[in-house]
Design a protein around this ligand. Structure first.
Ligand SMILES: *Cc1c(COP(=O)(O)O)cnc(C)c1O
Length: 508
């Protein structure tokens, strides 16, 4: 069955999967959704002995129907290879009542690698299929993590170049070191003197600059973006939820057809939406537990049906009585007030009503808030919202370590703590997969301070060594690289100079 894609804000205009991957975002500002959510066409028992690549093919072929078998397998084989430090790609670790789905075994030891290692191949294949002759130039503004994962994904991929702008004084020393040591003949990393918003605005302006785009086209280049609303990032994320279910089945932890729950530390709502798509495929998932940190806009939404980026809900009265402040937390990749991918869920629970979706999104940008109808809210029963503050996360990291010796990162701890609360509230005893989205090594300071406050005074590399000793987990290559790798990128520019830097990089 051929699946076509259209914008959440316009049901009429249809694109093939490869066209949607190339375009990223719809022209009307909406997100691409499939006309129909596919269903798995094989029994789970038949899939359970496949490796990650095999499962990836069975899942992705259902969504990316205009890619041939050969094309899709080429993309999958180049993405999920020895860049990952385990054959399993996404292993499950059981600790204290939950199955942690470790999504951090790729090049940058965080879950963005799961999608960004395949996106470059999906894109270059899409370019070929659609007769696009230009070299693809990925422009990204980053507040830290996405930039590195995109660099690692696109480095040395033929037919692509990647340029990342980051706020020179707005990322952590580790994040900066990760980016400026990036190898690859087609990569460039530039610090800007402004903040993240300046970098983001600068990139958006270049995407909308017709004269610049024309000049690029003439020289054989075309801009594209690798951000998390691309279906080429969403679809690969469905795979590991299917794979984790198969893993539980294969190892006799669940019986065929038995339902599990899934708990996901959420920011932009991409990862948990992928779990929802896995459920629609036919994977027996009951509850999708959406875990937030102190930036609990999604918890407030699932509780009330109102998404409000300006005001926060009082947990007792459910009134939106407080100002919502953007909070910096120990789980920075979840510090988000506008979860872009939620729009896809809004569209689906609106029964595919594009006008309704458009109106709600207009409310969000004009008034800072929207409220869904009761009918829509009734379709959200698959989801449970929860949140955990900083103290609770620290306590959870320490508790899990003391109990089991297993050490998790602060994002995963948000999900672990929310899942623990959920179990207490509901007595639900189903097996639960908790998405573990980063290696604790990436956030050694937060993690080791949670385990022992005396660690707060030690330096970052000392903490990494202590983490290694305590967890018994080898230090990942990505961390060793930071210790020893040479700085290869040292350009810093003013925000206004960003287009000039792009031209310089492309030799225009
Ligand atoms: C991006 C990220 C998240 C949030 O994922 P979304 O798909 O944006 O909800 C959680 N944890 C880590 C470590 C991340 O990098």
């Amino acid at each position: 069955m051929e699946i076509l894609y259209h914008s959440t804000r316009n049901n009429e205009k249809k694109l093939t999967a490869s066209q949607a991957v190339l375009q990223g975002l719809a022209e009307d500002g909406g997100l691409f959704v499939p006309d129909e959510l596919p269903k798995l066409d094989v029994e789970l028992n038949k899939l359970k002995d496949m490796d990650y690549r095999g499962v990836a093919y069975e899942v992705m072929k259902l969504f990316l129907t205009d890619y041939t078998e050969e094309e899709l397998k080429y993309c999958i084989d180049h993405a999920y290879d020895s860049k990952f430090d385990t054959e399993e790609i996404a292993p499950l670790t059981y600790a204290d009542g939950a199955y942690y789905l470790e999504l951090f075994h790729g090049a940058t030891i965080a879950f963005k690698d799961m999608a960004l290692s395949i996106l470059p191949y999906l894109m270059t294949t899409a370019a070929k299929k659609n007769g696009c002759k230009e070299e693809i130039v990925i422009l990204t503004a980053t507040s830290g993590d996405t930039g590195k994962a995109a660099l690692a994904g696109f480095a040395d991929v033929p037919g692509t170049r990647i340029m990342v702008f980051y706020p020179k004084h707005g990322v952590s020393p580790v994040q900066e070191k990760q980016m400026v040591t990036q190898r690859g003949a087609n990569v460039r990393v530039v610090g800007i003197t402004g903040n993240f918003d300046d970098a983001q605005t600068g990139v958006k302006q270049m995407f909308n600059d017709a004269a610049l785009k024309a000049e690029l086209k003439e020289k054989g280049f075309v801009f594209s973006s690798a951000n998390s609303i691309n279906i080429g990032r969403l679809v690969p994320q469905v795979v590991y939820y299917v794979y984790s279910y198969l893993n539980l089945l294969k190892n006799g932890k669940i019986a065929e057809g038995e339902q599990i729950n899934v708990c996901v530390p959420t920011g932009n709502f991409g990862n948990i939406l992928a779990a929802y798509f896995a459920k629609q495929l036919g994977i027996p998932i009951d509850k999708l537990i959406c875990a937030s940190n102190t930036n609990k806009v999604l918890f407030d939404f699932f509780t009330t049906g109102t998404y409000d980026k300006l005001h926060s809900m009082d947990d007792q009265s459910h009134e939106f009585s407080g100002d919502r402040k953007f909070m910096l937390t120990g789980s920075p990749s979840m510090d988000i007030l506008i979860s872009s991918n939620l729009e896809r869920l809004i569209y689906l629970i609106a029964g595919g009503d594009d006008a309704k979706d458009k109106a709600l999104m207009a409310d969000l940008s004009e008034k800072g808030a929207y409220t869904i109808t009761d009918e829509m809210k009734a379709k959200l029963t698959d989801f449970v919202g929860g949140y955990a503050d900083e103290a609770r996360c620290a306590e959870f990291i320490k508790g899990l370590y003391d109990e089991t010796g297993y050490i998790i990162d602060p994002h995963t701890a948000v999900a672990g703590a929310v899942y623990e609360n959920y179990c207490k509230d509901t007595n639900d005893t189903k097996a639960c997969v908790v998405a573990s989205t980063a290696s604790p090594y990436k956030f050694a300071r937060t993690v080791m301070t949670a385990i022992d406050e005396a660690n707060a005074s030690k330096d970052d590399f000392a903490l990494i060594d202590i983490l290694c000793e305590k967890s018994g987990v080898a230090i990942p290559q990505a961390i060793e690289d930071i210790r020893s790798a040479a700085v290869l990128h040292d350009i810093v520019c003013e925000t206004e100079e960003m287009p000039a830097q792009v031209k310089k990089f492309l030799g225009l």
